[in-house]
Design a protein around this ligand. Structure first.
Ligand SMILES: [Zn+2]
Length: 123
């Protein structure tokens, strides 16, 4: 069974490793499919994708969006939205303008919140 890691953070949000270092670590651990899901940022996506390609690891574009609902803050993992997507660019641009830089810690200045409904629908 292939190893996957679809929830990772780099120095472009609150991770300790750069996208290139993260890809190298994944290669060493035998990961076959990976996604970089930085908080409110796709700034590291291109570096990550390229580094994964050199390691023979498949890349899934991703991001972790901060949302706000009536229940409070929630983090929404989103996939298949690359840095060239007009929709994702608009979402993360507001977050970056809210004070989050590459080295920002998660507890720093308030960020733009994306409204999110959290209704539970029985199925
Ligand atoms: Zn996360």
């Amino acid at each position: 069974m292939p190893r996957v890691d679809f929830h990772t953070h780099s120095t472009f949000s609150d991770g300790a490793l750069t996208p290139v270092e993260l890809a190298a670590r994944m290669a060493a651990q035998g990961v076959a499919y990976a996604a970089l899901t930085d908080h409110d940022s796709v700034a590291g996506s291109a570096q990550f994708r390229e580094a994964l390609a050199h390691k023979g690891i498949a890349c899934v574009e991703g991001v972790e969006l901060t949302t706000m609902s009536a229940q409070g803050e929630a983090h929404l993992l989103a996939y298949a939205l690359g840095p060239d997507s007009p929709g994702i660019a608009a979402l993360v641009a507001g977050a970056r303008a809210g004070g989050r830089g590459p080295a920002a810690r998660r507890s720093e200045a308030p960020r733009r919140r994306v409204p999110c409904r959290t209704d539970v629908v029985p199925v």
